[in-house]
Write a protein that binds this ligand. Structure first.
Ligand code: PGA
Length: 220
């Protein structure tokens, strides 16, 4: 049975009390049978510590990811959060998301530095690409294919098309794991996870409500 990554990313959503409501709902479920699933939640920076403490205390089988990383080491970089700081709480970090590329003007050079910083800190990058021709920096082992047209609108990509792109990314960049992201919901998750070359999903909108995220995990 292949390994399946099921990743929730909250983007710029949730305050601490809202995160606690989500966590309590998650803690109400029995999680013994997750089998081959690697469950990851990526909260905004200010919530990393709360989420980490909760998962540890309740012994929940969730890994934690950050949504960004500084392209620099520690030092005089106002507002930046570096790899060593993230590693205190997380094992993964999202890099290259289309929203970072568009709204924060992140270019390939910056993204490559971010990947280097993540690897140096012992974090696994969840590297987002928008198509089969998006460059992938050296050292990346986990890619999320996220067509921009499918993000946040309940119009997911056609699973067969996503499978074709995932297979091409694996072949071209020798990447072991390729996920799909874009309008994943409980009703459509298996149409992606049943594809031979899709190793999981990156979910935002439908991960914000813990009940709908639990359904996605159960169905995947
Ligand atoms: P969505 O976002 O689940 O809201 O479509 C996915 C993503 O941007 O990673």
């Amino acid at each position: 049975m292949k390994k399946l990554f099921i990743i929730a990313t909250w983007k710029s959503h949730k305050t601490t009390p809202e995160a606690i409501v989500w966590l309590q709902e998650i803690a109400n479920k029995k999680w013994q049978n997750i089998g081959n699933k690697e469950l990851i939640v990526c909260p905004p920076f200010p919530l990393l510590s709360t989420v980490k403490a909760f998962m540890t205390e309740k012994k929940l089988p969730f890994k934690i990811g950050a949504q960004d990383i500084s392209p620099f080491d520690e030092g005089p970089y106002t507002g930046a959060v570096n790899g060593k700081q993230i590693k205190e709480f997380a094992d993964y970090v999202i890099i290259g998301h289309s929203e970072r590329r568009t709204h924060f003007n992140e270019d390939e050079e910056t993204l490559e530095l971010k990947v280097q910083m993540a690897l140096k800190a012992g974090l696994t990058p969840i590297y987002c690409v928008q198509g089969k021709n998006t460059p992938v920096p050296k050292g990346v082992t986990l890619v999320a294919y996220e067509p921009v047209s499918a993000i946040g609108n309940d119009h997911p990509d056609n699973p067969a098309d996503a499978e074709t792109v995932a297979a091409k990314i694996k072949e071209k960049h020798k990447i072991p794991f390729v996920l799909y992201g874009g309008s994943v919901a409980a009703e459509n998750v298996t149409s992606f996870t049943h594809m031979a070359d899709i190793d999981g999903v990156l979910v935002s909108t439908h991960s914000l409500d813990p009940k709908s995220f639990i359904k996605i995990v159960d169905n995947a």
